[in-house]
Design a binder for this molecule. Sequence first.
Ligand SMILES: Nc1ncnc2c1ncn2[C@@H]1O[C@H](COP(=O)(O)OP(=O)(O)OP(=O)(O)O)[C@@H](O)[C@H]1O
Ligand SMILES: [Mg+2]
Length: 239
Amino acid sequence: MRVRELVAGYTPEVDILRGVGIEVGRGEIVTVLGPNGAGKSTLIKTIAGLVAVRAGSVQLFGEDIAGVAAHLMVQRGLAYVPQTDNIFARLSIEENLEMGAYIQSDRAEIRRGVERMFGLFPRLRERRNQPAGTLSGGERQMVAVARALMANPKVLMLDEPSAGLSPKLVGVVFGKVREVRDMGVTILIVEQNAKAALAISDRGYVLAEGREQVSGNARDLLENPEVGQLYLGVRRGLS
Ligand SMILES: Nc1ncnc2c1ncn2[C@@H]1O[C@H](COP(=O)(O)OP(=O)(O)OP(=O)(O)O)[C@@H](O)[C@H]1O
Ligand SMILES: [Mg+2]
């Protein structure tokens, strides 16, 4: 995926993204970091077709997908797990997964997908008939990821998968993200939790003031003092 000079915003007077450029190579895990309000969710929503592109381009496997409607992105191989409200709380885990396969009409294929997800997330199999709203934060996040994977995406975008999780659960969820990558899915994460996200990433970018300010491989970014600087004044930084 290649994003170039991306400009987007919500109100006509204000651009939130002011020329963002990022690349995610096939099979990579790439994290976009940045403090609260940096525009991380806006970036992911714009790529997903939920916020209009004002300028710039978004390419997926060489095709320009800027302007493609959000509900058609799944067919292009792109899935997205939102930061909040990413499960159907009243539906069971199994029903949540089935919802993720809405473009699939073959029942047997859906069954196989559900079983595959239970293989990846055994805790969900044990709770398959339980309403998703009764799950722990980490389990909910797994339901959200599993639901997105039901569409067999080539690229998975995750908006703050660690939000609200205990440090231990953050490790569990990110461990699963790695497993998903090892299944062949390309992953773009936006996160505030720089340390945990970079630990599983190949490369990263730091977003501030509507542009990517620093980029590099994950290990170098963790040690780059400029990254800490960009987080100054923000409680959940690198410290
Ligand atoms: N629906 C909206 N309408 C108007 N402005 C919005 C909307 N959503 C976000 N914004 C503004 O866009 C800016 C970037 O928000 P965004 O949600 O992309 O930040 P973020 O980096 O994801 O922050 P966080 O880490 O808190 O999730 C903020 O100033 C925010 O107030
Ligand atoms: Mg956000």
